[in-house]
Design a protein around this ligand. Sequence first.
Ligand SMILES: Cc1cc2nc3c(=O)[nH]c(=O)nc-3n(C[C@H](O)[C@H](O)[C@H](O)COP(=O)(O)O)c2cc1C
Ligand SMILES: [Mn+2]
Length: 511
Amino acid sequence: MDESYKDIPLPPRSSESRPPAAWRDLREWIDLAERHGNVHRISAAVDPNEELSAITYMRTQDETAPAILFENLHDNPLGARVLTNMLGNSKERYALTLGLDPAMSISALIDETRKLMRSKVAPVFVPQESAPVNENVLLGDDIDLTLLPIPKFWPEDGGRYIGTGDVTFTADPRSGRINAGVYRQMLHTHDRVGLYCSPGKHGKLDREAWWAQGKPCEVVAAYGIDPALFMAASIVYGPNDSEIDAAGALMGHPVELTKGAFGSIPIPARAEIVIEGVLRPGEMADEGPLGEFTGYYGSPRSPQPVIEVKALHFRNKPIITAALMARYPACEQGMYYAIARSARVLDDLGRMGLPGVRGVFTPPAAASGFGMLIISIKQQYAGHVAQALGMAATCPAAAYFTKWIIAVDDDVDPTDMNQVMWALSTRCNPQDDLDISRNTWSTGLDPSQFPAEKRPYGSKALIDACKPHRYLSQFPKSTKIRRSVYEGVATRWAELGFTNTAPALDIFHEE
Ligand SMILES: Cc1cc2nc3c(=O)[nH]c(=O)nc-3n(C[C@H](O)[C@H](O)[C@H](O)COP(=O)(O)O)c2cc1C
Ligand SMILES: [Mn+2]
């Protein structure tokens, strides 16, 4: 491949010298986050049935809420704990997870993430005896998932959800590539779990490939997992990439795997809780609804594949990572997801060779960053904006769901919604600057497609909020102050009686 096409340039600041992440598993990560004042422990008794989710929802109305560790839950013979809001909307916990500086701006974190995503670090295998996840292993009739305090989140949820902040592994029957995705899982019985994967997700494509051969599909799911694997599993990598290698790259050290007790898919050795099981061809049971990232009960209850659980592994006093799905800012899929997804989109666009890209952002308030994408470009030729919109709308990391694709010029910071709204309001003339793309990749969870039979097809608005290319030279100049005047005022800031620091500006009047 011609390397010159690969790059949307990155600033010189380098994460190459970044030391490996200072934690190895969820417990070490919680210690680290706690040292930074980012964990709130609750030792008072809490009911996993709607109370745990209500506490999380109410606390996370504040965009900077800490992770919450519930240490004392009802109906809990194993003394299990539940962690919510692990990454959520926190830029600080995102940075801590990857060993980056929490003071960085969002765009700097996106750039650093892109660098980390360029490498792959293959997993290592550790002996079964030394894998912490094997502290307890239940097989056959001993398997009983109801021993765990499994949350029910919303009043009209179809059941208790053991898998929300999970990581779920499947293998491609042709290549053996192991995929990791975050897919919701509802408890049916003590050893049966429903699995909901949207069309087009790799976990579903793998399952369909096994079933097409008339064979059961093996599944491994971790219900208490570290944030790097969780992050990698929740982001779109290529269909032949393993998110396990991607998680290793994010941490700067390999994921530790060990051989399972049942199947051929290895299990994460330092996870809190892992099941191994199979999806038998054609075996389905009614699943859902679940109050979702959209802020609605997405799709009606419907038949979904069922995991027949064959082995249950867990650490002593295991921690379930539970992801509240809700309207921003209470959704687990918050700023962490927006940063990581934006980095993946930039990587896709760089590989396709789109020139002139300043940045991309998928704001978390837009249904967890799924709903909207803003791309900022320096216009270089006629048609460049339409090309950028089309590529951003269809590249693998962005194609799913995204309804609003907005192109802005390079003087607009895509991570600053005030600037984006200014561009939409002053550079976009809706009758000329809007295109619609129809029957696109979406999900059965989108309530705007009503009645539900219309789903899962979606549509996208491609919005040109750039200065019109034909009239670039005539387009009114935006008002900017002179650099010399800015510098003078910044010097006098305190003398003028202001107690804060003068704002940093980077765009000035051109003579
Ligand atoms: C907390 C959380 C819950 C999610 N739940 C689901 C789900 O139930 N079904 C689904 O298909 N995708 C779900 N996703 C999105 C997928 O994890 C995401 O699209 C990921 O890229 C899937 O992996 P894949 O690209 O290997 O298929 C969820 C993401 C997060 C962060
Ligand atoms: Mn994948």
